[in-house]
Write a protein that binds this ligand. Structure first.
Ligand code: PLP
Length: 406
């Protein structure tokens, strides 16, 4: 993949950071936006701005058509069986809260178990803590093993008929490990449970086929896949669309309203109360076009090369301890590590002085960091525009950091 040519599509790479070219390695937090996405947002507000599904005037019809077309594009991108399975939210966090506030709160009771892993992003942990408190269900954990991997066997030991909901990441935002979603889903469902997958770190990096994964809910964010912030998706399996109650109530989601009673529109409108982020969703549609043009298989292949190179270069430093599966081929999107004798924030500050943007901290996984007894780690996360030269700048700056910090 010609990453230098790709970088030209992203205006941000013209920006200098401390007089250095920007080496952006914080893609797991959010990705940069190509001109096509920026133009889509600007074009919407410049030439098509109107509210959707509300008017018969030309602009409103146009905006509605653009919004619906973006939904169809995203449905195709994740191979949904029907576009009505794609519900727009403000991001993965919102999508996960959606399931917690609707299906989970309405169906769980004392004696039931909610199963998550101990490596979840807080967005896929805290909502379940609250549901457990509200319903009396118990929250239980599949633990990351000594090898810093979670296997199907880890799940097998925990799944029983009591597990009514299992919620787990597709790709971990710290370990970079992928879970065998299809196999876990089968186990949970054979025991009568519902499966919620946090796909925030998977959809940007690998081809995702929700029908093949065979889960019930799949959540992801638009801004981690070149799209705008404030956009996200909850994919909900078709046979649940009529069973799940609305998440929010108000305009846009109703069929008939009387003074004391209302009925709901058909899905997906039933789940999208209020004015949606039309420009954002239009931008997300443009991001999906951009990714589709490159091809998710090509993206995966490209990232594999960069990650393998980064892992090999980083492991040359004695003080660098890499988290996650030992087999680098089991690692997607990122390399998270800690540095012996130097705090992650101090290292990240020195890296920034060379134009290198990495994440330092707990990456919204405090329990996992506590388990490993490290206050913070560094995460270099890659995307389509990163290349081996970026890795060389990172490791060069890391060397300087160790010299400066001692
Ligand atoms: C695995 C995972 N889940 C959920 C989220 C939350 O995404 P958002 O902040 O876009 O809602 C993130 C964000 O970093 C994540 O990495």
């Amino acid at each position: 993949m010609g990453t230098e040519a790709l970088k030209k599509d992203f205006p941000i790479f013209k920006v200098k950071i401390n007089n250095h070219p920007l080496i952006y390695l914080d893609n797991a937090a959010t990705t940069q936006k190509p001109k096509k996405v920026l133009q889509a947002i600007s074009n919407f507000y410049s030439y098509s701005n109107a509210n959707v599904h509300r008017g018969v005037h030309t602009l409103s019809e146009e905006a509605s058509e653009m919004y619906d077309e973006a939904r169809r594009k995203i449905a195709r991108f994740i191979n949904a069986s029907h576009e009505s399975e794609v519900i727009f939210t403000s991001g993965a966090t919102d999508s996960l809260n959606f399931v917690a506030s609707t299906w989970a709160r309405n169906n769980l009771k004392p004696g039931d178990v909610i199963l998550v892993t101990d490596a979840e992003h807080h967005s896929n942990l805290v909502p379940w803590q609250i549901v457990a408190q509200q319903t009396g269900a118990e929250l239980d954990f599949v633990e990351v093993g000594e090898t810093q991997e979670i296997t199907l066997n880890n799940f097998k030991n925990k799944i029983s008929e009591k597990v009514k909901l299992a919620a787990f990441f597709h790709c971990s935002n710290v370990l970079g490990a992928m879970l065998p979603v299809r196999e876990i889903s089968k186990l949970v469902k054979n025991n009568g449970g519902i499966v919620v997958v946090d796909g925030a770190q998977a959809v940007p990096h690998v081809p995702v086929n929700v029908q093949n994964l065979d889960c019930d809910f799949y959540a992801f964010s638009g801004h981690k896949m070149l799209g705008p912030m404030g956009t996200g998706v909850l994919w909900m399996k078709r046979d649940l669309l009529d069973k799940v109650e609305p998440y929010r109530y108000g305009g846009g989601m109703i069929d008939l309203v009387e003074m004391k009673h209302s009925t709901w529109a058909d899905p997906p409108e039933k789940f999208e109360a209020g004015t949606p982020n039309v420009a954002g969703i239009f931008g997300l549609g443009a991001a999906v076009d951009y990714l589709t043009e490159i091809g998710m298989e090509n993206i995966m292949k490209h990232e594999r090369e960069v990650i393998n190179y980064a892992a090999s270069e980083l492991s040359k430093f004695e003080r660098v301890k890499i988290l996650g599966p030992k087999d680098v081929n089991e690692r997607y999107g990122m390399i998270t590590f800690y540095t012996e004798g130097a705090h992650a924030h101090d290292v990240a500050t020195v890296l920034n002085s060379y134009g290198v943007a990495v994440r330092s901290g707990h990456h919204c996984t405090m329990p996992l960091h506590k388990k490993y007894d490290i206050p913070a780690s560094l995460r270099a996360s890659f995307y389509i525009y990163n290349n081996k030269d970026d890795v060389d700048v990172l490791t060069g700056a890391l060397k300087k950091a160790f010299e400066i910090l001692g």
